[in-house]
Design a protein around this ligand. Structure first.
Ligand SMILES: [Fe+2]
Length: 368
């Protein structure tokens, strides 16, 4: 049988994996000679794995590739495609594009000396964008539509800051706490400015040495920030935002309560942003797909105190929306299951209701 490298979008349950699949931290995600399942493919997506080598039988090779979401122009435009055509989105997009160079200039200036950052300008930018949106979820939706920037640091930092603001609101935090969380987002990856761009932008797997260098952005970020006039939480969030509750994170392998609250909240926003950003090898994931990834792999890594309200608020906001399921059928979300946020009850027609929490093979693929 032939072995071929297949893009994550074209991997399908039933395919036989030819090589061990590792994530960027060199952890084994799917072992070789295993038959792929929906869950294994989802795990790969969660770890940002772009492809896998699989055995191709003559039969498989002849099969046409599965439909690529977003490429079928004959169907109805999706919720996000429609939003992209609105004036609200265009105004938001223009503001965002204007802000990126300012963000870049102000953050880069911090590396050149020991002066305090222009915090007023940076927080002013995100604050204006944050308050230009009617609701938190509308902000998420607008971000979902627009992220096509090449830079890995500046637009990411602005997005994470905005998501932190929304999450702070959902967690019923005070105005000053929300502002502090948004500042954590602005500065959290400033240490990446010390890492060679060629490594940050490298499309393939990082070598162990390169990955070790990327991980230093946390301590380097803390060192850049530690003597500047910024809240203590902002400095600690830069240091701890890759720590995970089960101790699997870096740089110190801290667990649970050893991790600062602001870093735990920031970590959720950071990972959500990374998962919903379009990549070269995939379009932005549907919010229900992202929530499903958090349900599978996220509950041990992130503090449920912050993760559960996050998942609940995102999914609840789509009650009433039409959605396309993975088998191509279309229905309306009428109820979110508290024990399985990504698997709502969907009304297919007048007397036909589908509880996706009771089905293992159908998921929400697209919001219409
Ligand atoms: Fe980071």
């Amino acid at each position: 049988m032939e072995v071929k490298r297949i893009n994550i979008n074209d991997l399908a349950p039933g395919m036989l994996v030819a090589d061990n699949v590792y994530n960027s931290a060199n952890q084994l995600i799917v072992p070789r000679d295993v038959v792929l399942t929906d869950k294994a493919i989802t795990r790969m997506r969660f770890h940002s794995i772009s492809s896998a080598r699989v055995y191709i039988s003559d039969e498989t090779a002849k099969k046409p590739a599965g439909p690529t979401p977003g490429k079928d122009n004959s169907r109805e435009a999706s919720f996000f495609e429609k939003l992209r055509g609105t004036e609200e989105f265009m105004a938001f997009n223009t503001d965002f594009e204007k802000s990126i160079p300012v963000f870049e200039q102000k953050l880069s200036a911090m590396l050149k000396g020991s002066a305090d950052p222009d915090n007023d300008t940076l927080t002013g930018i995100v604050d204006d964008m944050f308050h230009s949106c009617r609701t938190g979820i509308q902000l998420f939706n607008l971000l979902h539509c627009m992220r096509n920037f090449d830079d890995v640091t500046f637009s990411h930092s602005m997005n994470v800051s905005l998501i932190c603001g929304v999450l702070g609101t959902w967690l019923n935090r005070s105005k000053s706490e929300i502002e502090m969380l948004m500042q954590c987002g602005i500065y959290h990856d400033v240490g990446k400015l010390m890492i060679p761009k060629a490594i940050l932008d490298k499309p393939g797997k990082l070598s162990p040495e390169e990955y070790a260098l990327v991980k230093t952005h946390t301590t380097q970020g803390y060192n850049i920030l530690k003597d500047r006039k910024l809240p203590r939480e902002v400095k600690l969030a830069a240091m701890m935002h890759h720590e995970r509750c089960d101790g699997s994170g870096y740089p110190m392998g801290l667990k649970g309560n050893q991790i600062e609250e602001c870093a735990k909240i920031l970590a959720i926003a950071d990972v959500y942003e990374a998962m919903t950003s379009p990549r070269v090898y995939r379009k932005a994931l549907c919010p229900f797909e992202v929530i499903r990834l958090f349900e599978i792999d996220g509950l041990a890594l992130f503090d449920p105190v912050y993760l559960l309200p996050f998942m609940e608020n995102i999914t609840q906001s789509y009650v009433g929306n039409m959605v396309r399921l993975s088998d191509g059928t279309v229905g309306q979300i009428i109820f979110i299951n508290k024990l399985a946020y990504s698997r709502p009850v969907v009304k297919m027609n007048e007397n036909d209701y589908v509880d996706l929490s009771k089905e293992s093979d159908r998921i929400v693929m697209e919001i219409l």
